[in-house]
Every structure is written in C-alpha cells, then in structure tokens.
Design a protein around this ligand. Structure first.
Ligand SMILES: [Zn+2]
Length: 295
C-alpha cells in the first residue's frame, strides 16, 4: 500500500492507497511546529494497528519543494526544512517524495481518468488560480519548482488589476473566485442584473449566467475567454492530451467548461484544436491519490 498526503492550511489529509483507490483515510490537524512528526506518527500508529505494509509516502504541499527539502510553505509558516531526517525517525527504509499540491492533484486526476491518459495539465480555479503538469504519468516540478504556476501569467491587459504576487494583470486577477467577484463589482452598473451586489460570490454570478442574467453572462464570457486564451498558450508549450479544470469555481459545470472550450478553439493553433478540456472529477481526493504515486 502507498500513502498519499495532502497538506492544507487547516488539516492534513492522509490516504492509504492501493491499486489507485483510497482505501483508508486519516485527518490530522495542521500544526506548524509539529506537522511532519504528527503526520508520520499518525501513519505509523495506523499501519501498526491495521498490520499494513507501505512502500512509499508522498506529500502534496502548498508551496515550494524540491526533493525532500521544503523551501517554503507560506500559508502554514514553514521555511527551510528537510523532512528526510524527520521521516527517518519513523520510517528509515521508506522512500519519501514531495511535490506541489497542484501537481499532486493533476496526477491524481490523470490516474483516475478511465481513458489511460499519460499527459495532462490541471487548472484549479479557487481563491487563486493554480496549475499542475503531468508528462508520461510523472509530475513536472520544473527548475524553480514553479512549473504550473499558471495563475501568474500576464493575461488581462484590459484592467491590469494588482495581483497578490506583486505583478499586475495575472490570470488569477480575473479567473479566480475573488477575481470574478471583483470583475462583477467593476461592471455592476453597466448591465441589467438581478445579482445582489451585497452578496456576490463566484457561484451567485455564474448561477445568474445560467439564467441569462446580462451581467452574469458578461462575466462568464470574460472569464472563459481569459482561460481559453491561457490554455491555448499552455497547450502550445506542453502539448498534453487533456486539460482538467478543478477548484470551487469549476462547480459551475458545463456552462463554464463549454464556454472555455469555445474560446480555446478561437485562440488555439490548428494542430491542437482537438484538445480535450474536462471538469476535474475527484475534488479533494485528487491531491491524496496523486501524492501516493510520485515515485
Ligand atoms: Zn500574480
């Protein structure tokens, strides 16, 4: 059995995986000072209790990692830490792997895909916009461990909104949940709309688009065009078989995915027009499943 661990800001999700299925799950609270000791202890206790043999432990981590060395996990407050010596205290003979959480999720979606897909790119539309790349069923971390940081490509020349990363006009400033609300606020007075301005979220805006609300449709189109253009650029660089769209915003479903496809076709080179763009299916399990197969 393999162990795939998805480290989040408040909880750590631990999955015990066999034959690409999560068989057992554990959840541990994220505590900055003892995180990895807590996790390894929990895994050790569990496998002893259940008499399970494990072959590897993989982590999807929210930040920059390289090998077993963590450069930074800014949301948790962990910097400059090698987890190998901590792992050795509990598991001296087991391989430990790490990657960025978005990469782990991308691999998880690919492994769950029934079509035997070998290369894919996953875009996560949440509070921010993240991405992960898998080629030949292996995650690509990149030289700066920054591969897949699609949220920060310069895509929105129209507004040049300030991004949290310090740049302006990043994809994230218009295609994340927060970006969508900001756009709707800025265009609120220019369209007829039934969206409650004091209660706006990406969900209420995209739900309104489903009912042909003018503002909702304008935002849907704007966001989809930004993503379609971004994906056309990604695909010419990496030429993967499939794009998965995940994260809370993707729960809007077909209306969003179909619009993104429409714009992708407008912006893509003729040789890559048949790229498949689909909604991610695994939700929160993707990170655990992918982390278990990082070898
Ligand atoms: Zn940015």
């Amino acid at each position: 059995m393999r162990v795939g661990i998805d480290v989040g800001g408040t909880t750590v999700k631990i999955g015990f995986v066999d034959d690409y299925k999560i068989i057992y799950r554990l959840v541990v609270e994220t505590k900055k000072d003892t995180l990895f000791d807590d996790v390894f202890k929990a895994v050790k206790c569990f496998i002893e209790e259940k008499n399970i043999k494990i072959s590897e432990i993989g982590f999807g981590l929210p930040g920059h990692v390289s090998g077993t060395y963590i450069d930074k996990l800014p949301n948790i407050g962990i910097y400059d830490l090698d987890i190998k010596p901590i792992a050795n205290k509990y598991f001296p003979n087991i391989n430990i792997y790490t990657t960025n959480d978005a990469n782990a999720a991308a691999l998880g979606e690919l492994l769950n895909d029934k079509d035997n897909v070998k290369s894919a790119y996953m875009i996560t539309l949440g509070t921010g916009v993240g991405g992960g790349l898998v080629i030949d069923s292996k995650v690509v971390n990149g030289y700066h461990s920054n591969c897949g940081e699609i949220g920060h490509i310069y895509i929105d020349f129209n507004h040049n909104y300030q991004c949290t990363c310090g740049l302006k006009g990043c994809l994230e400033t218009v295609a994340s949940a927060t970006g969508i609300v900001r756009l709707a606020n800025d265009y609120y007075d220019q369209f007829k709309t039934s969206i409650d301005r004091n209660n706006m979220s990406a969900k209420t805006i995209l739900d309104a688009a489903k009912k042909n609300d003018e503002l909702g449709l304008f935002i849907l189109n704007y966001v989809s065009e930004s993503l379609g253009r971004a994906i056309a650029t990604i695909e010419l660089s990496v030429d993967v078989e499939r794009i998965y769209i995940g994260g809370g915003v993707s729960d809007a479903g077909d209306i969003l995915i179909n619009k993104i496809k429409e714009y992708y076709k407008n912006y893509s080179h003729y040789a890559i027009k048949d790229l498949e763009i689909t909604k991610a299916k695994l939700g929160n399990d993707a990170g655990m499943l992918g982390a278990a197969y990082l070898y």
